[in-house]
Design a protein around this ligand. Structure first.
Ligand SMILES: Cc1cc2nc3c(=O)[nH]c(=O)nc-3n(C[C@H](O)[C@H](O)[C@H](O)COP(=O)(O)O)c2cc1C
Length: 379
């Protein structure tokens, strides 16, 4: 019995397996209107056809100024929600859970997509002024404006409105993006949040107040959806977020109604020194799961089926998210199922065409149209 190919509940939603697609920006809304199109449809549907249990969209901006680049996708208006609807439906048709990541990039907004330039986009080229808890810039990006208290108070409802649109578009899971140095992470980290008011005071856990309010608002807006939160479990800089702080953030978000935690790291501070290697973020998932009992996924350089299976067998996480492996092979889970022999069933008597017993597909993620490719033919 494969752990990777066993079903799992994410709050009120059930996923057919634990091989999931990590959110990946495509920077492909060429009209700069945040409306997803043919590229997004093809891209995301292919992973669902390829056997994923859950397919997460790229960071979809909850408000226009929260886009990382002018070409980012969004979910801040109804036109965008209507464009997401057939995409969510196609993911569901292929048997995966359609999920969307809700995001605001804060001081890391208004940057060039990676193949168009480096750093902040000037207003003349469609850029906009950025906002953050404090005025410190990220590296050489344009310095942000510090948000006024009333602007911070408006954010939970902006995320909630995005979540309502996501549900209306047919998504069964929403993920609050509080990682990778974007706005909610900027509030959580002592390195980027130096506010002296109620949104930044240290010691009282007030830096986590915005995350708590966002999760509460999204929970209320989407009571039947799976509510996931992506966190950076380490800033990889002395004085920044560490595992103990992350455990606290998880406890607060669980109390606020989160069902699941997606544990990544980094992205907040250019001084970060990350010991990148296979499964390097898995220990965060393990630590959070052990300390809080939360359901978690691991992510980051989990490339091989056996490696993914081991993360689950060892009890480090309840699911794995993969990013780049799906870009290399959109049918990653089909290949993984074959590699792990995860669908092998007892011999079916009298297989009509002399097919081997292991060709039985009852539990398989292989679409019936593709099963003839399930085993490499020696002929
Ligand atoms: C092209 C690309 C775009 C990404 N965009 C996002 C994003 O929108 N939101 C996010 O949380 N992470 C994003 N990430 C990070 C991935 O979700 C994932 O955490 C990271 O790639 C590590 O997993 P991997 O080693 O399996 O690729 C992106 C990564 C890539 C390669």
């Amino acid at each position: 019995m494969s752990h990777l190919f066993s079903p799992v509940d994410v709050g009120p939603v059930s996923a057919r397996n634990r091989a999931w697609v990590s959110p990946m920006c495509q920077y492909s809304c060429e009209q700069q209107d945040g409306v997803p199109g043919a590229w997004h449809h093809e891209h995301l549907a292919s992973f669902a056809r390829g056997g994923a249990g859950l397919v997460m969209t790229e960071a979809a901006a909850a408000v226009a100024e929260g886009r990382i680049s002018p070409q980012d996708a969004g979910i801040w208006n109804d036109q965008q929600a209507e464009a997401w609807a057939p995409i969510a439906q196609r993911i569901r048709d292929h048997g995966a859970v359609p999920a969307i990541q809700l995001a605001h990039a804060g001081r890391k907004a208004s940057t060039y997509r990676e193949w168009s330039g480096r750093g902040s986009v000037p207003a003349a080229e469609g850029g906009w002024p950025t906002v953050a808890p404090s005025t410190a810039a990220f590296g050489r990006y344009a310095p942000p404006r510090a948000l006024a208290p009333e602007e911070i108070e408006a954010l939970p409802e902006q995320f909630a409105a995005a979540a309502r649109r996501a549900v209306s578009a047919g998504f069964d899971a929403v993920e609050v993006h509080a990682a990778h140095g974007y706005l909610l992470h900027q509030f959580l980290s002592p390195l980027s949040n130096t506010r002296a008011d109620a949104w930044g005071t240290d010691g009282d856990g007030l830096r986590v107040a915005l995350l708590r309010q966002v999760v509460e608002a999204v929970r209320e807006a989407a009571p039947d959806a799976a509510l996931m939160v992506r966190l950076s479990a380490s800033d990889w800089v002395a004085g920044g977020i560490d595992t103990d702080m992350t455990v606290e953030h998880v406890r607060v978000a669980m109390e606020a109604g989160a069902d699941w935690f997606d544990l990544s790291s980094g992205g907040l501070d250019p001084r970060q020194e990350i010991p990148v290697g296979p499964g390097y973020q898995v220990p965060f998932a393990r630590a959070v799961r052990a300390a809080t009992g939360a359901r978690v996924n691991a992510v980051g350089l989990i490339d091989e089926p056996e490696q993914a299976e081991a993360v689950l067998v060892d009890g480090d996480a309840d699911a794995v998210m993969l990013g780049r492996p799906w870009l290399r092979n959109p049918h990653w889970a089909l290949a993984a199922e074959a590699a792990l022999d995860a669908d092998r069933l007892p011999a079916a008597a009298g297989a009509p065409d002399g097919a081997a017993a292991s060709d039985a597909v009852t539990t398989s993620v292989w679409p019936p149209q593709y099963t003839r490719a399930r085993h490499v033919s020696r002929r």
